[in-house]
Design a protein around this ligand. Sequence first.
Ligand code: GLV
Length: 317
Amino acid sequence: MAAITGEAEAEAPGVVFVHGSPPFGLPFKDRLLSRFQLIHTSELAESSHVKVMLCMDHTPVTSQTLHKLPSLECIVASSAGVDHIDLPTCRLRGIAVSNGSQAFSEDVADYAVALLMDVLRKISAGDRYLRSGLWPAKGDYPLGWKLGGKRVGIVGLGNIGSEVAKRLVAFGCGIAYNSRKKRPSVSFPYYADVCDLAANSDILVICCALTSETHHIINKDVMTALGKEGVIINVGRGSLINEKELVQFLVEGQIRGAGLDVFENEPIVPRELLELDNVVLSPHNAVVTPEAFEAMQELAIANLEAFFSNKPLLSPI
Ligand SMILES: O=CC(=O)O
């Protein structure tokens, strides 16, 4: 006993409900197991006492899921986007939610810039042209456009959007943004209306959270305002854009191009997009680097430890 041996009595490990089928490798699982007791989705029936959930993938956390966890106080999500979690129910029940965005923001921002550079300078399209033996037989591939000097409208100036801005300022772009609220500490021009932002931009980079307010925030009116020379990059969620309208605008040449990491009905990608050389397509890969996964694991464990020590979460949403 602690009183006799002088050793601190070992504390029981905190119980963590792991939601979804985690893509985590063994080292992460071992690290979690060394600190916490893990309960999995298949054991939901025995989880009525669980206070914290670790969400390792995009499996929906519905009001029914939450109903089965009456003691839940906190959800630690590994992803940047938390649109798979029923946030209104969490708010009603006072369940705190944290996300993983801090861990991924730099990598997602790099990827957004890479997609943009690719669309403008036609890198993937030129690669396809060369590999199919058309160069030089069919002549040089058409020239692309310069990035420096372009006016970039960022939709969602959170962790990821701010990193995108930092990078594009270094490329000599002008930045403006739209978000729920003007950010007093930010000197970039703010547009409360996305159409106004589009009308004053050459490029839109979409990196806001998907909510009922932002669903289809990019629609035909916004694309019309952006104009024929406009480019759209989406590293947020597919449903931020009305995809049917986007496809139509791209097919008809009513905007110049798009770089898309996300789609409305993933992994289904509209067939028309596969035919277009002014579109760069990517299989929801912007967040995926081993370094980002490592940082995500650190953040998830730090959030769980903060919860169990009654400290503020590190990345509350
Ligand atoms: O899309 C990936 C994420 O939200 O982390």
